[in-house]
Each structure stands twice: as C-alpha cells, then as structure tokens.
Design a protein. Structure first.
Length: 337
C-alpha cells in the first residue's frame, strides 16, 4: 500500500526506547550499499542535510560492493551500540541482513529501508523508495515507441545488463522494463528475472561501469546485431556505451536506463542514453531523518511504503508519454522532485 509522507509519519508504533528531549541527544545511522555510487553519495548528502537541519547526530557506513552484507551487519551492531535509535539502510543482501535487523528491532530500534526492500519486506518498519517496477515500465514504454522510429523494420534484439543477483530492485526494474516494452514478464512482486526470445543476452553489471562494459563486450561478441540495451543503472549504461563504441556499433543500438543522476542525465543530453527514469535518493534520506527525529521525540514509528517518485527523462519525447528534457532533469538530478 502506498502512503503519503504525511500519513506515514503519523503512523504510530510505540517503542520501549527512551524519548529524547533535545535533538542533540538523538543519534541515527545511515547504511548504504556502497559509498562510491553517485546514487548513494546523494543519499548520504540528503541524510547529512537532514541531520544538520534537525541538529542530530548521524552515523554513516557503507558496504564495499552491492552485495557486501557482512560490513552492513557490523555497522548495524556498532551503530546501535553507539546509541542509534533509528537505522536507515539500503540492504546489500535483502535476506542476509534480516537476522541483525530483527535483533535490533526487538530492542526498540526503528528500521527504515531506503530504495531497496528487505526480504521479507516486514523486516523493516517502513520503506521509502522509488516504485522500481514503474521506473522500468517508463523506459520500456519509451523504447516501445522509439525503436520503430529509430530502427524501422528491425525486430527487437535486446541485451539486459542487470544489477546484481538476488536484488528485488533489479528484478523490479528488469520486469517492469519488459512489461512496458510489451513483452511477457513477471509482476512487481517477483524476484525472478523474466526472459523472452527477444532477449539475446543477460548479464550482471553489479551497477558498475567497468562491469557494464565487460558484460556488453561479451554480449556483442555473441550477438553483434543487438539494437536495444537495458541497463539497471546509469554507470552500467556508460560502460555499455563504451563497449558499443569500441565495437563501432554505438549508432546501431539504443540504450535506456534508470537512476537520473547528474552524470546519467548529461548522457541523455549527449545522446549516449536515449531515456532514463529519474529517482530521488536525497528525498528518501531526508524523509528518513525526519522519521528518525519523530520517533526519538514522540515514540512514533514510520510504517508502510512511501513512493518517493519517478520521472522519465528524454531529449526526444514520445507522443502520449509524459517526460522532461535533460535540462529540467539536471535541475533535479537525484534531488527533490
């Protein structure tokens, strides 16, 4: 169920933790998948901004890669030991962090997932995130309209550069893209990566540029006639473009992606990426800090899912599909909608 931020912050779940009288007595933690991806850097910026506005103490930590749950578990334990009453987390492994989260929640700590849900989703009190299935649908719908104009008469020959194995966000974007493109795909609740005959190549980029280039290079060796490239995020899209350009095929394929970071939007502006779905991690984190303060001061936990918004960005809009251009996208890249 989707809830507005105002409704979410009114949801009550009283905790045994002592209520803070002064904001400077409030401690919260932010744990991201990595600290190198621009998406998570902007999320950290949003949390730091919120902490400054409220005058609270913010602890931060990050995994070494998208699947590094062990570092995250250590951070969960150390932050709670340091007095954090709320943890904001983008889980590196949606299942492996759950036992640690169950343990600290039993102690009265509020846990809010940002961007990525846990498995099960009930392992956190709330989720502030993009509708990732919708984000995938938007670029799939764009590709469905744009491909016949760009490559008339050509059948779809698709390369799928996904994020990492076992990540709900990656599956939602992947299946949403296929759905928007008009291909048979699993729904938003599925963690499986759907496939059809139009998909000639699938590989995991880990959300990284170098791995995106490697996966795309391998795809092109096996299927040099690929004409549509989906990437789970924009660093992977940049890597895929490098591989296409090296192979002399950068004019033969269209790339679509998800994120909406400043570098990615510039790549839309230059034509490297045809369209991307913009997310707002700064907003996710700032809302998380607001919820942490509300809990520490009033004992009210956030609950449910809050959709933090998604916007299609394209330089060449398609009829009947709302979008903004790259210039407008740069004004809001990874920030507030």
């Amino acid at each position: 169920m989707k809830m507005s931020p105002s409704v979410l912050l009114m949801a009550v779940l009283f905790s045994p933790v002592a209520l803070a009288v002064n904001n400077d007595a409030i401690t919260l933690g932010l744990i991201t998948k990595t600290d190198t991806n621009p998406f998570f850097q902007k999320m950290k910026e949003g949390a730091m901004l919120g902490a400054t506005v409220h005058g609270v103490k913010l602890l931060t930590a990050a995994g070494n890669n998208d699947n590094d749950y062990a570092t995250q578990v250590n951070a969960i334990n150390s932050m709670v030991a340091a007095g954090a009453t709320t943890l904001l987390i983008t889980p590196g492994d949606s299942r492996m962090v759950v036992p640690a989260l169950d343990r600290v929640r039993a102690m009265g700590v509020q846990v809010i997932a940002l961007d990525s849900p846990t498995d099960p989703i009930s392992a956190t009190d709330a989720l502030f995130a993009t509708d990732n299935y919708r984000a995938g649908q938007l670029i799939g719908q764009y590709a469905k309209a744009a491909m016949p104009l760009r490559f008339p008469g050509q059948p779809l020959k698709i390369a799928m550069l996904d994020l990492s194995p076992g990540q709900p966000v990656g599956a939602q974007r992947h299946n949403g893209f296929m759905s928007g493109l008009g291909l048979k795909a699993s729904g938003a609740e599925s963690g499986e990566l759907s496939s059809t005959r139009e998909i000639l190549c699938m590989g995991f980029s880990g959300g990284a540029e170098d791995q995106g280039r490697e996966v795309m290079t391998a795809c092109l060796k096996a299927h040099p006639d690929i004409n549509l490239v989906y990437t789970g995020n924009e660093p992977a899209a940049a890597g895929a473009y490098q591989a296409l350009k090296t192979a002399g095929k950068d004019k033969n394929a269209m790339i679509v992606s998800v994120d909406g970071g400043c570098d990615g939007v510039r790549n839309v502006q230059s034509g490297v990426i045809a369209a991307t779905s913009q997310q707002y991690p700064l907003t996710m984190a700032a809302m998380g800090v607001d919820a942490a303060v509300a809990y520490a001061k009033h004992g009210k936990k956030a609950s449910g899912y809050v959709d933090t918004g998604v916007t299609l960005i394209a330089e060449q809009p398609m009829p009947g599909q709302p979008s903004i251009n790259a210039k407008a996208g740069l004004d809001s890249c990874f920030g507030a909608k």
